[in-house]
Design a protein around this ligand. Structure first.
Ligand code: HGY
Ligand code: MN
Ligand code: MN
Length: 402
């Protein structure tokens, strides 16, 4: 018998939470995220679910019986890592709701006809090693071990070292952690206001926008802040600033999204014109051609500006996530089963998108977020809506694994 949603949430809530901002710092393989992971294992054991791990840092808890041998599983779950100063719900809501749905089904005497698995994917946010959905990309072969081994965090640390330091035995690459999967259904807090505007507690995802991460290295000439005339400067900060404004304008024109959320400056001194500025552009659009055209325009304008500033800019594609159209048959089957809940597209990436791209029939359930805010301590979901999400996930699992 499991513990209820509220108790699970209360246990998870303090882990990795900042006393100052109230936001979450659960970087993959750091202490707080490992505490969350230990909580996951404990919850699985409380329910008699067998726990498995792969060499990519992904984990799974199995609800299965001997007679299920050889039958493809129904997979649910999400991630436990957060962005820096993130919200409480992005990721953990899907994991806690999965355990809640298992409890609900058991209380109702439901007996699955196939295995049901609760997954936790590693480094979904890509906020430590820069590549989003790293765990699911490695598991499905969409990222190679060599690509992953080359990734470094802000301190220059390598993925393998971080995993080993956390006590894991990394073995990167394709993994058969889940065996054959009949369907994957990820429950996630909505990261926007669609469900608020439609006055609906739960929705089903139709699509994920294509999106990418691009590093722009602006280089110029370091010099004295006091003795160097403005006309004599080759200031990469100026080129960066104009590029950020250009990105903002291009995104507005295309009704797309362009964000510089992370910038590094060298040598980062108050009284020196910088030698280098590196900005990471997160760009997203409803359609691939819109995204590509926008990034091209931003790159061209950065180059033009660099020509005028006497600086140089190099744009490097760090990761690209193709558009995802979720399996419409599965999505409509779930929406109908739930009495006709809204079908909404999202600009946020998810492991569900990665599994969908690997050919697994995949769907997402969204739970209303009254603030519409995410990747921020302000992210929120009301308990009643969370419980509605658990109900919806239980009904979906019963339908798919019945
Ligand atoms: O960035 C995203 O879209 C997701 O939250 N990882
Ligand atoms: Mn997420
Ligand atoms: Mn996120």
């Amino acid at each position: 018998m499991g513990i209820g949603f509220e108790q699970m949430w209360a246990e998870l809530q303090p882990l990795g939470r900042s006393a100052t901002s109230g936001g979450y710092f659960r970087q993959p393989f750091d202490a707080a995220e490992r505490e969350c992971h230990a909580w996951f294992v404990e919850q699985a054991q409380l329910r008699g679910l067998e726990v498995g791990h792969d060499g990519n840092g992904n984990s799974v808890a199995w609800w299965r019986a001997a007679e299920h041998a050889g039958r493809p599983a129904v997979l649910t779950g999400s991630h436990l890592d957060s962005v820096l100063d993130g919200g409480a719900f992005d990721g953990p809501l899907g994991v806690v709701s999965a355990f809640g749905a298992v409890d609900l089904l058991r209380e109702r005497g439901f007996v699955p006809s196939r295995p049901i698995a609760v997954a936790v994917f590693a480094e979904e946010e890509g906020s430590r090693f820069g590549l989003a959905c790293l765990g699911s990309r490695l598991l499905t072969g969409q990222t190679t071990p060599d690509q992953a081994r080359a990734l470094r965090d802000r301190d220059g640390g390598f993925l393998l070292d971080a995993m080993s330091a956390a006590g894991l035995e990394p073995e990167l690459g394709r993994s058969d952690l889940f065996g054959e999967v009949a369907a994957f259904v990820e429950l996630h807090v909505e990261q926007g206001r669609d469900l608020v505007d439609r006055d609906a507690p739960v929705g089903v995802a139709s699509a994920i926008w294509p999106h990418g991460r691009y590093r722009l290295d602006f280089t110029g000439e370091a010099n004295h802040a006091g003795t160097t005339r403005m006309a004599d400067r080759q200031d990469p900060m100026l080129t960066y600033a104009m590029t950020a404004l250009a990105a903002n304008k291009q995104a507005r024109l295309a009704d797309a999204r362009a964000t510089f959320g992370r910038v590094e400056v060298a040598p980062n001194g108050i009284n020196a014109v910088p030698s280098r500025v590196t900005g990471w552009l997160d760009a997203r659009a409803a359609r691939t051609e819109t995204l590509d055209a926008m990034v091209d325009a931003i790159g061209r304008q950065a180059d033009d500006r660099a020509g005028r500033d006497g600086t140089r800019v190099v744009l490097t594609v760090e990761s690209q996530s193709p558009a995802v159209d979720f399996d419409p048959v599965l999505a409509w089957r779930i929406a109908d089963r739930l009495g006709g809940v809204p079908m909404i597209a999202t600009g946020a990436g998810h492991d569900a998108g990665v599994l969908s791209a690997s050919g697994v029939p995949t769907a997402m359930l969204f739970v209303r977020n009254p603030t519409g805010v995410s990747h921020s301590p302000a992210e929120h979901a009301e308990l009643a809506d969370c419980l509605a999400g658990v109900d919806a996930l239980a009904a979906t699992l019963a339908d798919l694994a019945g």
